[in-house]
Ligand binder design. Structure first.
Ligand SMILES: [Zn+2]
Length: 244
């Protein structure tokens, strides 16, 4: 039997087996009808499956069970998780909690400050190691009256140094020295109550050179050099005299 494209919709609705066979033959040559036929067959298959599901009373029980089981398991897991992290739920109103938090913050700050200071010190040393000029500057800054000590230590005629100022640290001196007034005011020369009195006895004491400085405790003590002293070295706030 022959058929036209127009017959397609009617055959879909209530076609006889002969009409369906004719539509399939026609679809072998008509692209449009072939497409429509495939779509209709797909729909029919889906409809048949739906009808089958509806006829199966156990289906919804199975679906329901497969949906609910994970939900129940998940609920149990959630409860367990909640229990595990319960200690994190602080009582933020409690003073103890705030004290603990404050202590932790303070410890954190001290550690950070310590690391910062260590970092700074190391940076300083590192720069000194890399730059000879910076090392010299650092030495100058860290060793008081470095220039005078370098002169006194390197000058062969220096045998014994009289350090007039009590605040000058003498441990940079490689030569023997007399310090009539110690760091705390103690006197090391019997019979002399001031540095200038010691200065008058310099020759007797075997002193070859005198270090006079401006410090936090005193100005230059030798105002105008007496006949027995000759200025042999001077730098910023420091003078070295030779005892003639
Ligand atoms: Zn057609």
């Amino acid at each position: 039997m022959s058929m036209q494209c127009e017959d397609r919709e009617r055959i879909f609705l209530d076609g006889t087996p002969e009409e369906w066979a004719a539509l399939e033959q026609h679809a072998a040559f008509c692209t449009l009808c072939a497409e429509e036929l495939r779509a209709w067959q797909g729909l029919s298959t889906a409809a048949a499956e739906l009808r089958n599901y509806r006829d199966d009373p156990a289906l919804w029980t199975r679906i329901s069970a497969s949906l609910e089981t994970p939900l129940v398991e998940q609920a149990a897991q959630n409860a367990a998780r909640e229990k595990r992290w319960a200690f994190l739920r602080f009582d933020w109103g409690s003073a103890l909690v705030w004290q603990t938090v404050l202590a932790a913050v303070l410890v954190g700050i001290s550690i950070s400050y310590g690391l910062f200071m260590i970092g700074r010190m190391q940076t300083d040393d590192l720069r000194a190691a890399i730059s000879p000029r910076y090392a010299a500057m650092k030495r100058q800054r860290d060793i008081p009256y470095l220039a005078s000590f370098e002169y006194l230590n390197s000058e062969p005629s220096v045998r014994e140094v009289l350090i007039l100022d009590r605040s000058v640290p003498a441990y940079y001196s490689n030569k023997a020295y007399i310090k009539p007034e110690g760091q705390w005011g103690e006197r090391s020369v019997p019979g002399a109550s001031t540095s200038l009195e010691v200065l008058q006895k310099a020759r007797q004491l075997g002193v070859t050179h005198v270090l006079d400085v401006v410090s936090s405790v005193s100005d230059f003590q030798v105002k105008s050099p007496p006949a027995g002293l000759t200025l042999v070295f001077q730098s910023a706030e420091q003078r070295v005299y030779r005892v003639n």
